[in-house]
Design a protein around this ligand. Structure first.
Ligand SMILES: *[C@@H]1O[C@H](CO)[C@@H](O)[C@H](O)[C@H]1NC(C)=O
Ligand SMILES: *[C@@H]1O[C@H](CO)[C@@H](O)[C@H](O)[C@H]1NC(C)=O
Ligand SMILES: *[C@@H]1O[C@H](CO)[C@@H](O)[C@H](O)[C@H]1NC(C)=O
Length: 418
């Protein structure tokens, strides 16, 4: 079955709270390093680092309770979490790597002591957004490159591929995406060309810039570039932060889910909260009520629906601003399309074709259109049914219109043989 115009692995979030919500939203990855928890990190003091590492252990246990993967943001453990003072020490300052080397060995020892050295389950990120000047890496790119290779070699010696405790290394985790004008990433690739043993296991960059933040574009581009540097794609790609705040709404969220289904790799929704809220509210997917309870946003409802769509994934042809994750369930003679958009308003037609693959002889379907409202960011308890109509099958297909007045809403279209 296929759907025209109109999403792999589940999509994930970057920091969160209670396990029932993780399960409900099918969240299966977390990336964290204790950023902005009250203490600083290694470069401030050993006790600050220890306290931060304890938050990592807590968050690791949360995601393990739902059998998920954890990415350790080591730069947070260092203390480079955007709250550090301008004179904060950085790895390799004045050519002295002793503190960084000891830091890496301490992380290795703490991973082991807490039983986190589980094959493929824990990933290690070398540094967060090193291209973002004063915020996370207030030193030269050259100093970063030296750190990157040094850290990679030390972690790999401890947790390498085939060791039975393989912890994939994630990098470069830039704030900017691979594209032809990204000289920072080009420099990094060139450096790796001469240090091939330090290529990452998982290529990761963030998609939080002021564009569509489309994983399809940036993956295609990076894939095309790697052979020029004699590099391979490792075990895969990842965007462990995606989406601007304005894109964290049901319409855009469904579009991102559809796009990650197209590239079939893991995207972790960016977390724009700060301070203690960083480890609360599921990165703002939830709203915290005055009594301490949580309500779902429209976007959380969209995640819940995305996670609940089981069946055979449909082949989906995207529209210019629309994309969809669609599944069919022939046992129920039913198919569903979760439709997202990156800025469209007007009438969208969701065209289901090859209806006969659901069952032979279907002449008519009931088409139900449900809105997953943004509701201006306020709580949303579920979908709103917009229409339920009988549609004749014609040329083995049906077309279902959506009157899309608010681009921030997402839609779920379900057809069932009638
Ligand atoms: C993104 O672009 C819009 C429109 O040009 C602008 O209003 C907004 O401030 C920009 N946001 C960022 C984070 O640069
Ligand atoms: C759908 O098919 C039925 C039965 O053939 C027919 O009566 C009805 O007019 C058709 N509806 C439309 C909108 O074509
Ligand atoms: C689309 O929705 C708007 C707002 O509810 C309404 O004014 C308009 O008539 C609708 N258009 C169609 C074609 O249903």
């Amino acid at each position: 079955m296929s759907i025209h115009f109109a999403f792999a692995d589940l999509n994930l979030c970057f920091l969160l709270l209670s396990s029932p919500d993780l399960e409900d939203l099918k969240i299966n990855y977390i990336s964290a390093g204790g950023a902005q928890s009250p203490t600083s990190g290694w470069a401030a003091s050993r006790s600050a680092y220890d306290a931060r590492f304890q938050t990592v252990v807590q968050d690791w246990k949360r995601i393990r309770a739902v059998n998920g993967v954890f990415i350790i943001k080591t730069s947070d453990l260092w203390g480079a979490d955007a709250t550090q003072p301008s004179n904060f020490p950085m790895p390799g300052d004045n050519g002295d790597w002793s503190s960084y080397d000891a830091f890496v060995q301490q992380i290795i020892s703490d991973i082991r002591a807490n039983g986190m050295n589980l094959d493929y389950v824990t990933q290690i990120e070398l540094w967060n957004e090193p291209d973002l000047g004063t915020v996370f890496w207030s030193r030269s790119q050259d100093q970063y490159l030296q750190m990157y290779v040094r850290g990679t070699r030390a972690f790999r010696a401890a947790f390498g591929s085939g060791s039975g405790q393989y912890l994939p290394l994630v990098g470069p985790s830039t704030s900017s995406r691979p594209n032809p004008s990204n000289t920072w990433i080009q420099n990094w690739l060139s450096y790796l060309q001469n240090n091939k043993d330090a290529q990452p296991d998982v290529y990761n960059w963030h998609l939080e810039e002021n564009n569509t933040n489309d994983p399809v574009y940036s993956t295609q581009y990076l894939r095309s570039q790697l052979p020029n540097y004699g590099l391979s794609a490792g075990i895969g790609f990842q965007n462990n932060e995606y989406g601007t705040r304005d894109q964290q709404r049901p319409g855009y969220s469904a579009w991102h889910h559809a796009r990650y289904e197209k590239v079939k790799y893991n995207g972790l929704r960016g977390n724009w909260a700060s301070g203690s809220a960083l480890r609360d509210n599921l990165a703002d997917l939830l709203l915290k009520n005055s009594d301490g309870s949580y309500s779902y946003t429209g976007e959380a409802q969209e995640w819940k629906i995305y996670g609940s769509l089981t069946g055979n994934p449909c082949t989906v042809t995207a529209g210019s601003a629309l994309d969809s994750y669609g599944i069919s369930q022939s046992s129920n003679k039913k198919a569903s399309a979760l439709v997202g958009n990156n800025g469209f308003t007007g009438t969208a037609n969701v065209v289901f074709s090859k209806i006969s693959s659901l069952a032979s002889g279907i002449t008519r379907v009931r088409a139900v259109v449900e809105r997953i409202p943004y509701n201006n960011g306020a709580a949303v308890s579920g979908t709103t049914q917009v229409s339920s109509t009988l549609v004749n099958v014609s040329n083995n297909g049906v077309s279902v219109p959506i009157n899309w007045t608010n681009k921030d809403d997402a839609y779920l279209v379900t057809i069932t043989a009638a």
